[in-house]
Design a protein around this ligand. Structure first.
Ligand code: ADP
Length: 178
């Protein structure tokens, strides 16, 4: 069963096995977490992303899915790229957001990662309300990491890295609620 930890900070500075990138489906970079990861991680990450676009993901990585690359110069071994849904008032896309966390942890398990750092996926440029994004993140990670022995994830620590104090406090409140 994994420990869920919260830290306030920058995801590109986390010394963990895998850091999760709030990517977009092009896999070719963007703003927010994505921009920071490519800036700090260097060109190797983008080079692998381009190879993924030339092979398995010619049409881009679908929303809710996850795929790993090297972490380049980041103090991590892998970057797991996942594409969060853009928040919508009209349509409930929660299952896609939950899928990002579930699929990222599945990829982490395939890699043998024991420590994984997540940002608050979709809560930046993609506009997801922070409290709901935190509730979905924590619920999904708990479900995956607390499954029966042999069925659950082998990840020991899931670290949520919150960029500002508000996000940290919202996650803290959600963690205390459950
Ligand atoms: P999305 O497009 O999925 O909304 P963003 O990268 O815009 O992704 O934002 C996701 C969350 O990550 C937001 O809460 C944002 O404040 C936060 N964030 C932005 N940069 C970083 C960073 N370097 N480390 C950790 N969190 C970050």
């Amino acid at each position: 069963m994994a420990h869920i930890t919260l830290v306030r900070g920058d995801i590109t500075e986390q010394a963990v096995d895998a850091v999760v990138n709030a990517a977009n489906s092009s896999l070719l970079g963007g703003g927010g977490v994505d921009g920071a990861i490519h800036r700090r991680g260097g060109p190797q990450i983008l080079a692998e992303c381009r190879r993924l676009r030339d092979s398995r993901y010619g049409r881009g990585l679908p929303t809710g899915r996850a795929v790993a690359t090297t972490a380049g110069r980041l103090p991590a071994r892998w970057v797991i790229h996942t594409v969060g849904p853009v928040w919508s008032r009209e349509e409930d896309r929660s299952a896609l957001l939950a899928s990002c966390y579930r699929e990222s942890l599945r990829v982490a398990d395939e890699l043998g990662a024991r420590t994984v750092a997540f940002p608050a996926i979709s809560t930046g440029i993609y506009g997801w309300p922070l409290d709901d994004g935190a509730a979905i993140a924590l619920r999904t990670v708990r479900e995956v990491t607390q499954a029966a022995a042999g069925e659950g994830s082998q990840v020991d620590e899931v670290r949520f890295v919150l960029f500002d104090q508000t996000a940290y406090e919202v996650f803290e409140a959600e963690l205390d609620r459950a």
